[in-house]
Design a protein around this ligand. Structure first.
Ligand SMILES: [Zn+2]
Length: 293
């Protein structure tokens, strides 16, 4: 049996066809156009799956990696930053269109699973995967199995509170990790304290080059504190064997030294050496993970 995985992202959607050894037979990437609404997303997935099915004469499994979680009670999508998916029964609708049973998983869970099976966290039993990009998410994998939890929200790291009186979040709560550690949140904070509009990668580059602006240490200090709090909590509760970072912000070099120290500093333990690893599969983790669910 061959495996088809679809990674439905906010801006791009990727499809992949893998053989039994997870070797790539075919992959294709298209623009998502989420502003055209839910029906265009269904069409786009159907086109991709049809294309991939033509590349093999074997039976195929089909997994979809999507932002948001599936409600355990109703099956509809909740908590998605691709907002036209919220409240939709994507699994049922796709099964009807594609005439096949499918599996759907949250993108951070797919990321954690793929990195645990094939990537940076291979050979670690309990893995916490973190995505830091436009949004912030997390997933727990135990012995190569996703841990979903009683209500399908296990590992929803981006929306646990680190500051009860803090920033308002679209989810309705205050002080969520996502409102401090997402790309847009970090850029907004930089603009507040420096008056400048810059991307996170530009800010980090200036920091590395020791550009003379005394707001940089302040911005970085807050970043380190929030990152330390947010991952220190995870270690205190889950004590994973490894943490693997993904998403655009995982390219920031200081996450693996200064920020790691900030995490260790906040953990309730006399001895701490949890590896904090950069992902190995890059952008492909979601689509590989979708083939494995
Ligand atoms: Zn939130």
């Amino acid at each position: 049996m061959h495996n088809i995985g679809i990674d439905l992202g906010g801006t791009k959607t990727e499809g992949i066809l893998l053989d039994d050894n997870f070797e790539i037979i075919e992959r294709k990437r298209v623009k998502t156009n989420q502003e055209k609404g839910y029906s265009s997303i269904l069409e786009l997935i159907k086109d991709l799956v049809d294309h991939l099915r033509q590349k093999t004469d074997q039976k195929t499994s089909l997994g979809i990696c999507t932002p948001g979680a599936l409600s355990k009670e109703t099956g509809v999508i909740k908590n998605s930053n691709t907002q036209c998916l919220i409240g939709k029964d994507l699994k049922n609708d796709l099964e009807n269109i594609l005439n096949q049973e499918i599996s759907i998983e949250n993108d951070a869970n797919c990321f954690a699973l793929a990195e645990s099976k094939l990537g940076a966290a291979k050979n670690f039993d309990v893995v916490f995967g973190v995505i830091m990009g436009t949004g912030v998410g997390g997933g727990i994998v135990i012995k190569e199995q996703i841990h979903n939890g009683r209500t399908n929200i296990a590992g929803e790291w981006g929306h646990h509170c680190i500051r009860p009186q803090g920033n308002s979040c679209y989810c309705g709560k205050k002080g969520c990790v996502e409102t401090y550690l997402s790309g847009p949140a970090l850029e907004k904070r930089w603009e507040e304290i420096s008056g400048k509009q810059q991307s996170v990668s530009e800010i980090v580059l200036d920091l590395e080059n020791k550009k003379n602006n005394n707001q940089y240490p302040r911005w970085k200090g807050e970043f380190l504190t929030n990152f330390g709090l947010a991952l220190g909590n995870v270690i205190d509760i889950l004590d994973p064997d490894a943490i693997v970072l993904g998403g655009g912000l995982s390219n920031i070099p200081f996450l693996y030294d200064d920020a790691k120290s900030s995490v260790y500093h906040r953990v309730f333990s006399d001895q701490i050496d949890t590896p904090i690893l950069k992902n190995k599969l890059g952008d492909s983790a979601g689509v590989f993970g979708a083939c494995m669910i």
